[in-house]
Design a binder for this molecule. Structure first.
Ligand code: GLP
Length: 257
């Protein structure tokens, strides 16, 4: 894993913007795995400002709430179109988000997996992390080999996401999420985490044992992971001075995954 600690969320976001822009420029038909949530809002705003060519880009989103129609103000479909897709020239047919209204959820999840494979696999998967250590919506005890499927949200995740909905009771109980196995198939995983409330999950994911109790810890099994943190999210890392040293002395043209 390459752990990059920046002094602010904005600076860390700039690093990810540079990283993703360079993927889009070098591989105009890249397949991007995208995430939702407060953490990535600034990232999408800055990425839009880069005015890149998205005409051949394919996007797969991590997750969606079950039961929310795409136009619902709090669906992840809506989030993605509002914050990214409607501002860039991506083709609608190249946008993939799990279908929260699928009549046959298992079939729809299998189709989602097949579409990722048919697109050539995900080049770069963007990830946030939940306060309980989830990636996508893979809640604690998710199988580390899991594929896209339905999951039940924990009370903690529903509480964390309640501000988007206004009231906790309105947060759906179920979601469809790419599995941890699906995420680990991406060629490069980039995880962003900002703020003190993520510090514990980050420390467990990066320095704790690989455990289904902290789904993000599965990223330790991936050969190419970049973790972008602000100082607060990094505050509980035991080796933070080492990570800073590594960043400051990185040989040109390398990554230190
Ligand atoms: C959400 C999403 C994740 C996201 C994480 C963190 O519920 N399912 O993909 O990365 O939890 O969200 P936030 O960035 O709002 O803290």
């Amino acid at each position: 894993m390459e752990i990059v600690i920046e002094s602010s969320a904005e600076k860390a976001t700039d690093v990810v913007v540079r990283l993703v822009s360079s993927v889009i420029r070098k591989k105009p038909n890249a397949v991007l795995g995208l995430a939702t949530g407060a953490t990535v809002l600034l990232f999408y705003r800055k990425l839009v400002e880069m005015k890149l060519d998205w005409s051949k880009i394919t996007a797969f989103n991590l997750d969606e709430y079950v039961g929310l129609p795409p136009r619902h103000p709090h669906s992840f479909h809506r989030f993605m179109w509002e914050n990214l897709f409607r501002h860039v020239n991506i083709r609608k047919k190249n946008v993939h988000i799990p279908d929260g209204l699928a009549a046959d959820i298992p079939k729809s999840c299998e189709r989602y997996e097949r579409k990722i494979v048919a697109a050539g696999g995900i080049d770069l998967q963007l990830l946030g992390i939940g306060t309980g250590g989830h990636i996508g919506f893979n809640e604690p005890t998710s199988s580390l080999a899991s594929r896209t499927r339905i999951k039940t949200l924990t009370p903690r995740t529903r509480k964390d996401n309640a501000p988007f909905f206004g009231a906790p009771a309105q947060v759906p109980h179920h979601c469809i999420t790419m599995g941890i196995g699906t995420i680990l198939d991406a060629r490069h995983c980039v995880l962003l985490a900002f703020g003190k409330k993520k510090a514990r999950a980050v420390a467990q994911a990066v320095e704790g044992p690989v455990s289904a109790l902290v789904p993000a810890s599965a990223l330790q099994l991936h050969p190419r992971v970049t973790v972008l943190l602000d100082t607060q999210a990094a505050s509980r890392l035991k080796l933070k001075r080492y990570y800073r040293w590594v960043s400051d002395h990185k040989p040109a043209g390398t990554d230190s995954a």
